[in-house]
Design a protein around this ligand. Sequence first.
Ligand code: ITT
Length: 187
Amino acid sequence: MKTLRFVTSNPHKFREAETILENYGFRIEWIELKYPEIQADTLKEIVLHSLKWLSERVEQPFFIEDAGLFIHSLNGFPGPYSSYVFKTLGNEGILKLMEDIKDRRATFKSVIGLAVDDKHYTFCGETNGFIAQSIRGALWGFDPIFIPEGVGGLTYAELGDKKNLVSHRRKSLELMASWFSRKVKKP
Ligand code: ITT
């Protein structure tokens, strides 16, 4: 079983990654660390900058992940500012902003940054869905207000463990896992 370090301050993210990657034969070691994140227009830029900073401090191979909720009618807001917006406005604030808005489409994005052999790679996963009309369920972060497409109108929070089958994070982690299996097969 291959061991990978996941640097994150978020226990929910760690548990999700641990569950998802277990099926691909990875053991995940949690490096609980809050690292600097720049303000930038894309998650990828943020991730690459943090990877550089962490590469001098954490033993490789390790990965990080930056996620964001992009609401179509708000031109992608909060997107890369999701962390700040969650802390300041919260789910109630987002629902208030969306009060009179009919177009409730949103995309949850996850970008993983992987550092291995002093090289940096990124893997992106996206799940399309909708912003709910009210807070439903009680997982973490934006889970109670995000309804992924194609799962009967339940929010991530209402899906519970089934969130991991359809989530943005599952897709980016899967890409990283299959990248590793291709790398291992190479002579
Ligand atoms: P790191 O230490 O890994 O950076 P973080 O909690 O700061 O952890 P992010 O910057 O990636 O994580 O997340 C941005 C915001 O989006 C943050 O407020 C999270 O609570 C929220 N978020 C990210 N992924 C989520 C998910 O799967 N479900 C619900 N909310 C999520």
